[in-house]
Write a protein that binds this ligand. Structure first.
Ligand code: ATP
Ligand code: MG
Length: 462
């Protein structure tokens, strides 16, 4: 690994010899004899490492170091000094020097230090890049949706993010539970600490316990060394317990204790460990129902249910579908194509009318499929997966599943019916609003007002 090094030293011989040694090793090198010139050069060119003497005439090495760090935190500074006192070394490191080296030193010694510094710089840059990438994925503007339902979800996310409140997220498969959990973590002050995810459904009892709490060496056959659990790994950050209802009853007690006291023991361990962790859980089920059935502890339920975020299924917020389609098209259309493909009216109708049992994830997969199978003209019905081409959007228009409902708001139900009828008219009239108004027997202005009020088809109908 070679890099670009700036040498600042007022001893001419030292400069010349360092410069030639480092060049021989493949580094690209510049050198100056004072801090002022050094600073000018640092501001006009990019260097990986600045190697500076501590004693310089004019501005001292420490002040030079401070100025560099003020300008750019990421430049690595290594201090050289003939008078290493512990004090000077400590104050240099405190001011942000990466390392120091005592004069006289051999080329090998210097190269080792420079290699370490460069490695550190690259790793730090990579970690930063990855962290930004992950954070971007969870930014609010990547949670797509304009429905009132998603609006409410985002409002709650914003208001609870920065508190340490335990959050329970409920929603069908593919509704975005993990995405919301990530948004909560990455908008909290814990964002630079780990976000650890555990799928409680995927693991059997023994593995789950040691996965969550860790184990001591010899705790069970196969435990050949001590292992830290996810709670320990999440210390300072957040833990996301997915499918929390799948945690077996007897282990729920241990989880309850972590929630109440923030401490636990590793499997087979005696030492009590303390963690500072924010807990976010997700479930596809009605946990209260699980409590009634005796599969979930009531006390744990109340501890988890401090803030409940319910993400409604996609079929209950169809106005989000066109926006999500657009978002996924951008994601999947090749970066070399400059325009997004048009979606035929017929295709859009099917996508809006379909019930999406797999919710946003299913829609995402369908759009990926459609992009791959689309012809040059855009996306038409034949680019959709086979099962969607058969969706009959005329059936089921007014059906509503009331079987597990105890009560229903008449207003909401009427709104739902109205939306469905408008969708139906929309499909029949291929989006033509004059025709739609005719079909529904209302003036066009009334239709427009209803469309705005119900936030429907903003994308599809202009
Ligand atoms: N509102 C949204 N905006 C953009 N993308 C979304 C949205 N909701 C979900 N997604 C995407 O849909 C996919 C499924 O979301 P996620 O994994 O968060 O769902 P989930 O509820 O955790 O599903 P499961 O219950 O199956 O674990 C992901 O790729 C996610 O990025
Ligand atoms: Mg999930």
């Amino acid at each position: 690994m070679s890099g670009k090094v700036l040498i600042v030293d007022d001893e001419k011989l030292m400069r010349i010899s360092l410069e030639s040694q480092l060049k021989k090793e493949g580094y690209s090198v510049k050198s100056v004899d004072n801090a002022l010139d050094g600073l000018k050069i640092v501001k006009s060119e990019e260097f990986d490492v600045v190697l500076t003497d501590l004693r310089l005439s004019g501005i001292s090495g420490i002040d030079f170091l401070k100025e560099i760090k003020k300008y750019n935190q990421e430049i690595i500074v290594v201090i050289m000094t003939a008078y290493v006192t512990l004090e000077s070394a400590v104050s240099a490191i405190k001011e942000g020097a990466y390392d120091y080296i005592a004069k006289p030193f051999s080329t090998d010694e210097l190269i080792i230090k420079l290699q370490r510094a460069l490695h550190h710089k690259n790793t730090a840059a990579e970690v930063n890049r990855l962290r930004k990438e992950v954070q971007a994925e969870f930014e609010f503007w990547n949670i797509i949706g304009k429905s009132e339902e998603i609006g409410k979800v985002l409002e709650t996310v914003k208001s609870v993010s920065d508190r340490d409140t335990t959050v329970l997220i409920r929603g069908e498969s593919g509704t975005g539970k993990e995405k919301i959990a990530g948004a909560i973590h990455y908008h909290s002050s814990r964002k630079n600490s780990p976000f650890i995810r555990v799928s409680c459904a995927a693991l059997n009892r023994e593995i789950l316990e040691s996965e969550l709490f860790g184990h001591e060496k010899g705790a069970f056959t196969g435990a050949v060394k001590t292992r830290r659990g996810r709670f320990e790994l999440a210390d300072g950050g957040s833990i996301f317990l997915d499918d929390v209802d799948d945690i077996p009853l007897d282990m729920q007690v241990k989880l309850l204790r972590v929630l109440q006291e923030r401490n636990f023991e590793r499997v087979g361990g005696e030492e009590t460990l303390r963690v500072d962790v924010r807990i976010i859980c997700a479930t596809k089920k009605d946990l209260l129902e699980q409590v009634k059935e005796g599969c979930f502890r009531e006390d744990l339920f109340y501890r988890l249910n401090v803030v409940l975020i319910h993400i409604p299924p996609l079929r209950e917020r169809r106005e989000d579908i066109p926006l999500l389609i657009n978002y996924f098209l951008k994601k999947f259309v090749s970066q070399y194509e400059d325009a997004l493909p048009d979606i035929s009216q017929e295709t859009m109708n099917v996508l809006i009318a379909y019930d999406w049992p797999g919710n946003v994830r299913e829609l995402e997969n369908v759009i990926e499929h459609a992009v791959a199978f689309s012809k040059s003209k855009g996306i038409s019905l034949d680019a959709l997966p086979e099962y969607l081409r058969k969706v009959d959007i005329k059936t089921d228009l007014l059906s509503m599943d009331l079987s597990d409902k105890q009560n229903i708001s008449l207003q909401d139900a009427l709104t739902e019916v109205e939306k469905k009828l408008i969708q139906w008219a929309y499909q029949k009239a291929s989006g033509n609003q004059v025709k739609m108004a005719e079909i529904l027997g209302i003036p066009r202005t009334t239709l427009r007002n209803r469309l705005i009020k119900l936030q429907m088809f903003e994308k599809a109908v202009s």
